[in-house]
Design a protein around this ligand. Structure first.
Ligand code: IGP
Length: 261
């Protein structure tokens, strides 16, 4: 079993337990459930920098990135830095995140928040809304076309935007549909952890132009972004490069300033 299969197998068990702990009717009663959401796709369209900064303590590929920062300060710092949106990892077992992290980020800033999660069930989309997300991630590698359709349509019905993540051409062809807002090309292969920015470059021309294009993972320099912009990318998802320092917000601020020059 590869790591992605393992994560999904664990996630199914977790989601089944969660459903029993907090029924959907209770999620719907969250004060956040009916809030007006922020649009990440609009922010990216109108931005010259397009940074989506991630809160990420650890990952299967990098065992410890940073356990010392608190998500409230990180989100505040990212907002001050001028990012377009914040991605919050909510998986506990492999990434050390939680839904409480999402809620805390919601309390600390007024930017679009992406729930970064392995979504395999409608229930997790309800959770995303109840805990303050604006955008959900759907990962093509772990979903059928029918699931992508059902999940994205459900998200849209709650005014959540959808970032669909693909890693190769096959996943891209399987996923294209009108209910998606943004298409993310992951430079990291989630099964092998190999990272290559070339992935964003080669797949870019296959993405229909009306989708906002996002390049994800392994981005650590201004040069990388300048290289990707001519391929039509408007969004750049950066985690480790910001999180590995003592002050993720300050790091993002300096990065964005340099990018604006
Ligand atoms: O830390 P990086 O290399 O900058 O990557 C951020 C983000 O793209 C990565 O965390 C990510 C992309 N897709 C995912 C799916 C699940 C978990 C994590 C991810």
């Amino acid at each position: 079993m590869n790591i992605l299969d393992q994560i999904v197998a664990d996630k199914r068990i977790e989601v089944n337990l969660r459903k029993q702990l907090i029924p959907i009717t209770q999620l719907e009663q969250s004060v956040l459930f009916n809030r007006e959401t922020y649009s990440l796709s609009n922010k990216l369209k109108n931005s010259t920098t397009g940074i989506i900064a991630e809160h990420k303590r650890r990952s299967p590929s990098k065992l410890v990135i940073n356990q010392n920062l608190n998500v409230f300060d990180v989100a505040k710092g990212y907002q001050k830095a001028g990012v377009c949106g914040i991605s919050v990892l909510t998986d506990a077992k492999y990434f050390g995140g939680s839904l409480d992290d999402l809620l805390t980020a919601r309390a600390s800033c007024n930017l679009p928040l992406l729930r970064k999660e392995f979504i395999i069930d409608e229930y997790q989309i309800m959770e995303a809304k109840a805990y303050g997300a604006d955008v959900i991630l759907l990962i093509a590698a772990i979903l059928t076309r029918d699931e992508i359709k059902r999940f994205s349509q459900l998200a849209k019905s709650f005014n959540l935007e959808v970032l669909l993540e693909v890693h190769n051409e096959e996943e891209l062809h399987k996923s294209i549909m009108p209910s998606l807002d943004m298409l993310g090309i992951n430079n990291r292969n989630l099964k092998t952890f190999d990272v290559s920015l070339e992935n964003s470059k080669t797949l870019s021309e296959l993405i229909p132009n009306h989708f906002v294009k996002v390049s994800e993972s392994g981005i650590s320099s201004i040069e990388a972004i300048k290289e990707l912009q001519p391929y039509g990318y408007k969004g750049f998802l950066i985690g480790e490069n910001f999180m590995k320092t003592d002050d993720a917000g300050k790091n993002a601020e300096e990065f964005i300033k340099a990018l604006e020059k």
